[in-house]
Design a protein around this ligand. Structure first.
Ligand SMILES: [Zn+2]
Length: 310
């Protein structure tokens, strides 16, 4: 038997990235396609042809990362904001469509798995991943494995409550005072308009802060303090060795980290707060496809995430 690889599929609201990936996380080949969102049938047809574009005799399993809440008991997408998948057993569909072991997970868990195995978290056993994008996603590596919660719906670090009775959360979330409403890329947009005027967004705010704008730096520091509050709670709860910060807005790490550390030092408990390291992610946007492929290896090995057999 030759080298076994898996195909990782990183499904986003606008594009589907597929990668042929080695067991150590090395990407052999990658392709990008537009995400068909008109109907479930169109989406699945697009997903099929994207995977088939990389399928060869080395491919032993398929892992699919979805921007969705998933029930791992049934392999079903419970809720998906941008893609018409709710109620569908994507895991069984994929196993049958590709004739291979298949597994699914949400995109934030995939990013955490990738950074743990092939990025900033290599060699750790207890790691928190926080993905700062339009929203805030996350993943937990606890005791040397990805912790998914009872039915696979856990590790939603963007929705921990940092302000009881605080403002309504974003998107379809009906909670109040969640971290995502204070420290995500979208949450910072209001500050960007306030500081820089209408039409300005988070990237402009970050650029202004880098050029030395005091109000821009203060707006990002405020987001950093909220992020620090969330991280302090995670440190107190989990005593992680490492916190990895990724995602598009996570590229402002240098502007967020001092206030994050200030609040972790104040609100974290000794000794956990004193030993935790907080670092930027290493894999960038590739984390999604690498992590999905690693979920595929879990399906192949019969360990970790539940799998369907093709
Ligand atoms: Zn929320």
């Amino acid at each position: 038997m030759g080298t076994q690889r898996t195909i990782g599929v990183d499904v986003g609201g606008t594009k589907i990235v597929v990668g042929l990936v080695e067991r150590d996380g090395t990407i052999v080949r990658v392709e990008r396609y537009a995400t068909p969102v008109g109907s479930t049938e169109a989406f699945l047809a697009g997903l099929s042809s994207a995977v088939e574009s990389l399928q060869d005799e080395s491919v032993a399993a398929v892992g699919i990362g979805l921007p969705s809440a998933i029930d791992q008991r049934s392999g079903t997408v419970v809720f998906s904001a941008n893609i018409p998948l709710a109620g569908l057993d994507v895991r069984s569909w994929a196993a049958e469509a590709f004739g291979l072991p298949a597994a699914i997970d949400n995109d934030a868990n995939c990013a955490a798995l990738a950074e743990w195995r092939a990025g900033a978290g290599r060699g750790t056993t207890d790691m928190v991943m926080i993905t700062l994008g339009t929203g805030i996603g996350g993943g937990l590596i606890l005791g040397g494995r990805l912790y998914r919660g009872w039915i696979g719906a856990g590790a939603e670090v963007g929705h921990i409550v940092v302000d009881a009775d605080g403002p309504l959360c974003q998107g379809h979330c009906t909670g109040r005072g969640h971290l995502e409403g204070f420290a995500s890329g979208r949450a910072v947009e209001a500050a960007a308009r306030r500081v820089l005027g209408p039409g300005a967004g988070t990237p402009e705010l970050v650029a202004a802060a880098r050029q030395g704008s005091g109000p821009a730096r203060e707006a990002l520091a405020a987001a950093g303090r909220w992020l620090g509050a969330g991280i302090a709670s995670l440190v107190n709860l989990l005593n992680p060795e490492l916190v990895v910060i990724g995602g598009g807005f996570g590229e402002a790490f240098d502007l967020l980290i001092d206030p994050v550390r200030e609040i972790v030092a104040r609100d974290g408990l000794a000794p956990a707060r004193d030993v935790v390291r907080i670092v930027p992610a290493e894999l960038g946007a590739a984390a999604g496809v690498i992590g999905a492929a690693l979920v595929g290896f879990e399906a192949l090995d019969g360990a970790g995430v539940p799998a369907a057999r093709g």
